[in-house]
Every structure is written in C-alpha cells, then in structure tokens.
Write a protein that binds this ligand. Structure first.
Ligand SMILES: Nc1ncnc2c1ncn2[C@@H]1O[C@H](COP(=O)(O)OP(=O)(O)OP(=O)(O)O)[C@@H](O)[C@H]1O
Length: 363
C-alpha cells in the first residue's frame, strides 16, 4: 500500500486532505509540527484537533517539536526585517524551511516514507519533456496558495502531493462534513498564523521591537507628523498615517537608521521596476534572455504584465547559487514592497519568484 505523511495543522483543509488520501487507500501517517505556544493553527490548540482527526481515522499521529527552527527562521527573520525597515513575507520562508523541508526529511529518514501531503490549495504536475516538476495555481482562485509556495525546490515538489488543488474550499468543507471530521465547521484561519495567535501584526511586533517615536517627513525632509516606530509601517501604506493633507500620501521609504518614515504623493509612490533577489525558478529552468509573464507582488494582488530580465550574478552570488532578476512592469505599480515576494506566472503555471530587494536609500 502507498504510504504518505500528511502535515496536520488541526484545520479543516489538512484534515480533509488526510481523510481523502485515507479514503483513496493510502496508508496515512499524520504529522504535526509544534511551532509555537498559544491559540490557533500550528499552536498547542491545533495539535489536539490534529490528534483527534488521526484517532478518528485510525492512523498514527506524530508530533515534532519545531519551535526552535520556527523561532530562528521565522520570528527572528521577521523581527530583523521589520527593524531594518523592510516587510518580510514569512509564509514562503516557513513553507520551505520549517514545513516542507523538515517534514519530507522526517518522512524519509524517520519513517521510510517518500511522500508528504498538505492541505495547500495548489497543483503539482510533472513535465516529462523538461524533466521538471511544475507548480500550478489551484482551481479555486479564491483559495489559491501557490504564491506562498514559489520557493519550493524540485526535490520538495517531487516528494509532495496537494490533494485539495483540484477542488474548491466549499467542496473541502462538504467532504470534511461527509467524513464526519471534527474540524468540518472550523472557522477560516487568517492569512497569517502570527496575526491569528497575537491578535494583530502590530501586537506581535511590539513584543519584540520597542516602540520608538520619530518623524514622518516628506522627500525634502519637512516634518509632517510623528510615528511610533518605523516597524509599524509598510511601503505603499496610505491609511493610518495621521496626517491631514490635500491629497493622499503614501509611505515611500522606511529609513530605520534615521528613524524616519518618508511619505509622498501617488506620483512618488509608484515605480516601474524593481530588483528581485534569491530567485527560485520553479516550472521552467532559469532563462538566459528576458521573458514576459504576469507578476504578483502581494498574495492578494492582481497579476500584472511585466518583463523579467535575468541579471548576471556576481561571483559571490554565483557561489551561493543566488540569482537575481530585474522586473520591468508595463504600468507603474504602487506598493512594491521590499521583503515581500514577487512571483511570476504564465497563466496558471508558476514560473518563479523571489524577494523584492530594497532600493539603495539616498545618502
Ligand atoms: N503545524 C503544522 N504541522 C504540520 N503541517 C502543517 C502545520 N501548519 C500547516 N501545515 C500544513 O500546511 C497546510 C497549509 O497551512 P496554512 O497555515 O496555510 O493553513 P490552512 O490553509 O488554513 O490549512 P488548514 O485548514 O489545514 O489549517 C495545512 O493544510 C497543513 O497541511
């Protein structure tokens, strides 16, 4: 019988994924990574629900204490980034470094099982012509999570199944109810688990970064208002600036060293290009010439047409296997936020992605 390890967060999606595979005849082993204390998925509370699902399905349940790696790769990474004036995206990093990598390793090395599955909404297919695994958007556009999975390597994709990629969230809930799963009616979790377990991103960050008052200035340095910590702001942010101005103002620069938030009008806030670093090419090999694609610069943003230009790596980058590209958007874009992922697609096929680099701050 085919064996598979299913990552269980205690939510409805992963419970349904486990039940579907079990029903299809797989020998399922549940695996929950203990990521942090508190309420919500991935926390102690989620582990209890995951254990109950496994008990009801009659399958074994393993728990791996992953709090250290979560602290080092996600919490410290976020605190460092926000302190430096960037807005890091934790989820893609968490998927690769905390979840898929360690889960597949645990499955292979501890259990002798070659495959893992999660309740992510995305699809994987194998292109025999190029010999590459491809990552595709889920068929349910409202739930598609491929954006968060752009950093998965070919080895991780080869070892992964997404049983929910071909069904909608409504169908998932129906299936969960049909199987009588305890989690069938569990409310939708928030996009970010840290927001869920801390109440807000601000509350989470305030635990780690001391608020420090400073000036909100325009590009010429004129003081327009006060802020209570650069880490509370994001490039492109318009709301919550507390400044009365004749036209809307946007955050255009976070100067952490100078403890200043720089704002400007829409004209100053839009940009036509950016550099993306730590690029991972997924469904296609790294091209040597520019390609056209639709780029998403936020999880919930609409894909927009752009040209992707490979950048010759420096010697150090080449050694580290790091690649960079330059994105030139057909239309100038608002909120190109350093630290967030830019992910590019050809239709449903995720071609690649990377982290938006910070522009050099003017001296
Ligand atoms: N702590 C964890 N341990 C093991 N697997 C996990 C854990 N957290 C998430 N996963 C896996 O990653 C998938 C996507 O997680 P995400 O945090 O996006 O939650 P979700 O889409 O709300 O799914 P769910 O309803 O299963 O919680 C989950 O369906 C699950 O398979």
């Amino acid at each position: 019988m085919n064996k598979i390890v299913v990552g269980l967060s205690g939510g409805v999606d992963s419970s349904a994924a486990a039940a579907i595979l079990h029903h299809q005849g797989y020998e399922v082993v549940g695996l929950t990574l203990w990521l942090m204390k508190g309420k919500g998925q991935c926390c102690s509370e989620g582990m209890v629900d995951a254990a109950k699902i496994c008990e009801d399905l009659g399958v074994p349940h393993h728990i791996v204490d992953s709090r250290e790696v979560f602290q080092a790769s996600i919490i410290d990474y976020l605190v460092e980034g926000y302190s430096a004036g960037v807005t890091p995206l934790p989820c893609s990093q968490c998927n690769k470094t905390v979840k898929f990598g360690p889960m597949l390793k645990y499955a292979r090395e501890e259990l002798g099982i070659e495959k893992i599955a999660t309740g992510h909404y995305a699809r994987i297919s194998y292109d025999a012509e190029t010999g590459r695994y491809q990552l595709l958007r889920a068929i349910d556009p409202a739930k598609d999570q491929s954006y968060f999975l752009y950093d998965l390597t070919q080895d991780l994709l080869a070892g992964t199944e997404f049983p929910l990629g071909e069904i909608t969230k409504t169908e998932t809930r129906r299936i969960a109810a049909e199987f009588g799963l305890k989690t069938a009616d569990k409310p939708e979790s928030q996009d970010l688990c840290l927001v869920e377990s801390n109440g807000s991103m601000r509350a989470f960050l305030d635990k780690y970064i001391a608020p420090q008052k400073g000036d909100i200035v325009d590009k010429s340095g004129r003081v327009l208002g006060q802020h209570d910590g650069v880490h509370h702001y994001t490039i492109g942010q318009r709301k919550g600036l507390g400044i009365a101005a004749p036209e809307p103002l946007y955050v255009i620069e976070l100067d952490a060293a100078g403890n200043r938030v720089v704002v400007g009008d829409r004209q100053l806030a839009v940009e036509s290009e950016c550099t993306v670093e730590k690029v991972n090419w997924v469904s296609v090999a790294a091209p040597t010439a520019p390609i056209r694609a639709q780029v998403q610069i936020r999880y919930r943003s609409h894909p927009v047409p752009a040209t992707i230009i490979p950048v010759e790596p420096s010697q150090a980058e080449e050694k580290a296997g790091a690649t960079r590209v330059k994105l030139i958007f057909d239309e100038p874009q608002l909120s190109i936020t350093p630290g967030q992922a830019a992910v590019w697609y050809d239709g449903d096929v995720l071609l690649g992605g990377g982290i938006i680099k910070r522009n050099q701050l003017p001296g």
